[in-house]
Write a protein that binds this ligand. Structure first.
Ligand SMILES: [Zn+2]
Length: 465
């Protein structure tokens, strides 16, 4: 859908694809989900009321970092006006491109958004992703991550090449992780980088064994897995900026596993609006000067990636944030409002329409997941009243990154790094996340940094999440 709406020149087909995609589960046929949604909401309310709660959101959020639906809503409502204001600007930019195209005049419709946004992107931010790739070689990126882990966590990664650690496939490589100063054994890190038949797609991190001292000390077995295409012997693996970012992200999860100091094994489990924060934060080290100068080098010439190219990459990150933030927030707000509303006699279709109208939802954008196919929230319970969590983690990430930017030693500031490990990584779920964050930052996170990240104006009275 995404690719088609971005690149197809056939406007009538774009409209058809868009309409089919966004009306899934909402066609009044045997697969229509509106009655199911109403029933699910009723049953959820009934269940939590048996336990003495007013509504599902209140019950669900009590042990999340946000703690209450009101605080999650306050964050979303604080960002929302800037997001829809940016949509207006994006639509104006796109309308200009459409008008200048010399074809029959059109008004930007929802099925035109991705198509014309891509045209604006080419004009404003054009970035040759192939050129960027020449500076992102997998071996160098791996060494860059080890460097970052060495600076922040005082870890040393030593390859185990004598076959003393068994692996399930010859592509899998293993490193021993030790403390640089004491030499203490911390764990093993497995990297399974290449795609092959039968392997799950995407990139992920998983622990084979987690830290605990409950019944004797267990050291960590952490793994990172990707699906890069295996090169011919002697050829380099060159990856995109997005993939390099993901590589760092997943390594952030691995560092979270490795640095754990909990006693009880279950405390390694995460709090839903908090577990992506550590990994997202680690992504920021990819574009630090130290990493750029030492590791982002042309695979043939050894030349460091040009500063203008890095600047272009950073600028492109704010592109289309009006659309992305609005379509996401509309879904997250809907999720919360559904569970706060009285489910008695609720008509999901009508509720969705009225809620969007109250929010002044721009007509050119649709919810990322319309209610009848909002699987996160209605197919299982994992993300019910928790879809806001992505933005919650983004707020923490942006705010914590700014803490490093402001520190005397920047992203490699030693006292900051020590607090990062002590309060944000090592305690896992054994410390209240809000309290831990305060200890790291000296205050609660504010949304200002997130607004700057997305290129939105910072509200004068920025609300605390
Ligand atoms: Zn993640």
């Amino acid at each position: 859908m995404d690719q088609f709406l971005t690149y197809s020149n056939e406007r009538a087909l774009r409209e058809q694809v868009w309409k089919n995609y966004y009306s899934r589960g909402d066609n009044g046929d045997a697969n229509d989900n509106n009655a199911n949604i109403a029933r699910i909401l009723k049953l959820r309310r009934e269940r939590v009321q048996l336990m003495g709660y007013d509504n599902f959101a209140e019950w669900r959020l009590q042990n999340r970092m946000a703690k209450t639906p009101e605080r999650a809503l306050a964050l979303m409502n604080a960002v929302w006006p800037a997001a829809i204001a940016r949509v207006k600007e994006e639509v104006a930019d796109m309308q200009q491109v459409a008008n200048a195209s010399g074809k029959t005049p059109i008004t930007i419709e929802p099925w035109d958004y991705r198509y014309y946004a891509e045209k604006v992107r080419q004009q404003k931010y054009d970035l040759d992703s192939d050129e960027v790739k020449q500076y992102l070689e997998l071996g160098n990126l791996t060494q860059a991550m080890f460097y970052v882990a060495g600076e922040l966590f005082n870890y040393q990664f030593s390859p185990i090449t004598d076959g003393s650690v068994p692996v399930f496939h010859e592509d899998v490589k293993v490193w021993e992780v030790t403390d640089k100063t004491s030499g203490e054994h911390i764990g093993l890190w497995y990297l399974d980088p290449f795609a092959r038949q039968g392997k799950r797609s995407g990139a992920w991190a998983s622990p084979y064994r987690s830290h605990t001292t409950f019944k004797g000390k267990k050291t960590v077995l952490a793994s990172n897995n990707s699906n890069f295409v295996k090169p011919a012997p002697g050829e380099p693996v060159l990856v995109s900026w997005d993939d390099a970012t993901t590589f760092f992200h997943e390594f952030g999860h691995a560092l979270h596993f490795l640095s754990s100091n909990v006693k009880y094994p279950t405390l390694n489990g995460g709090v839903r609006d908090y577990t992506e924060f550590q990994s997202q934060l680690l992504e920021r080290w990819l574009s630090t000067d130290q990493v750029i100068q030492q590791y982002l080098k042309h695979h043939k010439t050894g030349e460091v990636i040009p500063a203008e190219l890095v600047a272009k990459i950073k600028k492109a990150a704010t592109f289309n944030q009006g659309f992305a933030t609005t379509e996401y927030l509309a879904s997250a707000l809907m999720d919360m409002h559904f569970h706060l509303a009285d489910p008695e006699g609720l008509d999901p279709d009508q509720f969705e329409r009225e809620t969007l109208a109250k929010l002044n939802m721009p007509r050119e954008v649709v919810m990322r997941h319309r209610s009848p196919h909002f699987g996160h929230v209605f197919s299982g319970e994992g993300y019910a009243t928790a879809y806001y969590g992505y933005m919650w983690a983004d707020v923490l990430t942006a705010d914590a990154a700014e803490a490093f930017e402001e520190a005397p030693g920047g992203f490699y500031d030693k006292p900051m790094a020590a607090r990062l490990v002590e309060f944000l990584f090592a305690p896992r779920n054994s410390m209240d996340p809000a309290e831990a964050y305060r200890k790291f930052r000296g205050r609660d996170a504010s949304i200002d940094a997130l607004m700057r990240d997305r290129g939105f104006p910072v509200p004068e009275q920025a609300k605390k999440p």
